[in-house]
Write a protein that binds this ligand. Structure first.
Ligand SMILES: Cc1ncc(COP(=O)(O)O)c(C=O)c1O
Length: 298
């Protein structure tokens, strides 16, 4: 479902629906989630909106201010910022009324697994978070190592500075790629050609992050040559690292899919995903120029 397709959100709600979920910026097309509209549809039905805010981070967007109820981040990405940890953060906005919704007996009625505890009585502002943390910790042992937690906390201290640079570098690279003859299209919502351009201007005035895809004119083989010719970008499936990363889904993560199946997933044979790091933007552009030339020859 396209995040911007409001009718699809409305008609997706069934009697058994418990939660609406979306990414602030969807992967790979960077569809912008219309949080104010989707959250109000959810609230009409007594449903909370959970948002994956990994690509935008709290620096580019604060989803609670737009109506989201729960937020999570992969701290593996921009929050820690150096590709050195695996971790996540779950945040409960504390405003969703689990009792009034009537759809969450596991939070509003005595729970046998915790000796009759009622989570919404125990914590009137964070019932969901309380259960997610207590049960996750007790039953699954999900506990971050102190070293990982320290690296994430240290990363967060420089988040604003890094995000400014991530976005500034990305803008320069988007501009370069948009006017390159071997590039069929660039999917970045700050471009007027992007379907969610206007929504992005409202929700993401500080920028649309540093992960985006573009389409190379050419075959899967040329996509592969492009990747192999890059010297500064690392060929990696991660995103949100201080170093620039690149991946060609058609020859890696999605190589088993034929072109028709790829197209259904919004991926072309020449789709390349970049995660722009903190290096000098001119060096990154030189690297891309060289690899585009090699792909053209290939
Ligand atoms: C948007 C987004 N959310 C969540 C995840 C999962 O993160 P982790 O690797 O920390 O489990 C990823 C990983 O690629 C991601 O890109």
């Amino acid at each position: 479902m396209k995040p911007g397709d409001i009718d699809a959100w409305r008609s997706a709600i069934r009697p058994q629906t418990r939660l609406l979920f979306g990414e602030t910026l969807g992967n790979p097309g960077l569809d912008v989630l219309d949080i104010p509209t989707v959250s109000s549809i959810g609230h009409e039905h007594g449903l909370p909106l959970l948002v994956d805010s990994t690509f935008t981070t709290p620096y580019l967007m604060k989803p609670f201010e737009h109506g989201a109820d729960l937020v999570y981040h992969s701290a593996t990405k921009f929050l820690s910022g150096h590709g050195t940890v695996v971790g996540g953060v779950l945040v409960d906005g504390g405003r969703f009324d689990w009792d009034a919704s009537g759809r969450f007996p596991e939070l509003t009625e005595p729970y046998e697994g915790f000796h009759g505890m009622v989570f919404s009585e125990e914590s009137t502002v964070g019932a969901f978070l309380l259960r997610a943390r207590r049960e996750g910790l007790r039953d699954f042992g999900a506990c971050m190592s102190p070293h990982t937690a320290w690296l994430v906390l240290q990363g967060i201290e420089t988040l604003p500075l890094r995000m400014e640079r991530h976005v500034a570098n990305t803008r320069r690279i988007v501009q370069f790629l948009s006017s390159h003859p071997l590039v069929a299209g660039v999917g970045y919502p700050e471009l007027e050609s992007h379907p969610d351009h206007r929504l992005a201007a409202t929700l993401l005035p500080r920028g649309c992050g540093a992960v985006f895809s573009f389409d190379l004119k050419g075959s899967r083989a040329q996509g592969k040559i492009f990747i192999e010719s890059l010297k500064i970008f690392s060929h990696l499936a991660n995103v949100g690292d201080c170093r620039s990363l690149v991946i060609h889904p058609a020859s890696t993560t999605h190589f088993r899919m034929d072109d028709a199946a790829l197209a259904q997933a919004g991926i072309g044979p020449g789709t390349i995903r970049l995660s722009i790091g903190l290096e000098d933007a001119s060096d990154l552009i030189d690297d891309l120029k060289r690899a585009l030339k090699a792909a053209e020859r290939g």
